[in-house]
Design a protein around this ligand. Sequence first.
Ligand SMILES: Cc1cc2nc3c(=O)[nH]c(=O)nc-3n(C[C@H](O)[C@H](O)[C@H](O)COP(=O)(O)O)c2cc1C
Length: 309
Amino acid sequence: MSSVTDVYTAVDLGRGLRLKNRVLVASGTFAYADTVGELIDVSRLGGVITKAISLQPREGNPPPRIVEVPGGMLNAIGLANVGLERFVREKLPRLRLLDTAVIVNVVGFSTAEYVELVRRLDEHEGIDGYEVNLSCPNVKEGGACFADDARMTAEVVGALRAVTERHLMIKLSPGVPRIGQIARVCQEEGADSVSLINTVVGMAVDIRTRRPRLANVTGGYSGPAIKPIALARVWEAYKAVRIPLVGIGGIMSAEDAIEFFLVGAQAVQVGTGTFVMPDLAVRIVEGIEAFCRAEGIADVAELVGGLRV
Ligand SMILES: Cc1cc2nc3c(=O)[nH]c(=O)nc-3n(C[C@H](O)[C@H](O)[C@H](O)COP(=O)(O)O)c2cc1C
């Protein structure tokens, strides 16, 4: 085995989104890089993805909205966020100074809302791309979730492609029978990449009070327990599309991240793991490099899609 001293870690995900390495922090688990971001060296990351931003500020769901369960956690935050105007005024100036890629996670409740949000964000410097969170209800279509429907997904992606030159990463939900088909629709409508998976719907019950442990009754399940689901979904999407995939779900170590590379992810996001260990994503960056050095791998790209089947 040849010895490798310098491992090439960077990746170009297309349309101006160049990452110094393949590890990002996931939306909703790193705020606006202003809380956990203070505790770690953000410049060591491939990129940060903000909490979802909506046109208007949102209070989110009533508490309790987070519970710990075996294998991870349930959350029903309800997309609480500061809204577009405060984001641009208070959060973006600081994000812009970070020496890492900044991706803004956007959420809307109609196609028109997504379009207006991205159009207005596009007026501002310091954003390297958008991650489009489709796991929310379309109020114009009776509250059906965008991500569960190929036609609604196509409509949003096509409409956003028409208004922005920035990188569009479309975030998919695992709750669909054929995720490869949804990923293909994203590709056809001009998406630059697809990230997957968002949380898995779950619930927990307090047997003494007989009440749900989340005020919202159900929530999104995240953490180590969802990793096998996420790996299978990324593999399914990998077989369906050519655009880059970004793997998310239960990543707690460099080894977990490498599993995602092998099933076809070009990059990964660390979510719940950051709550357990604030600097986990940085440790994963270092762990991937150490693995590559030990295995004689000169470029992390050699791992991508390397699954032997
Ligand atoms: C507390 C919390 C808040 C989240 N908020 C968002 C959000 O605002 N937008 C979004 O697209 N995903 C959100 N997610 C989903 C994560 O970005 C990620 O897709 C999911 O948690 C799976 O990854 P993990 O198992 O590493 O946490 C949130 C997850 C958690 C745990």
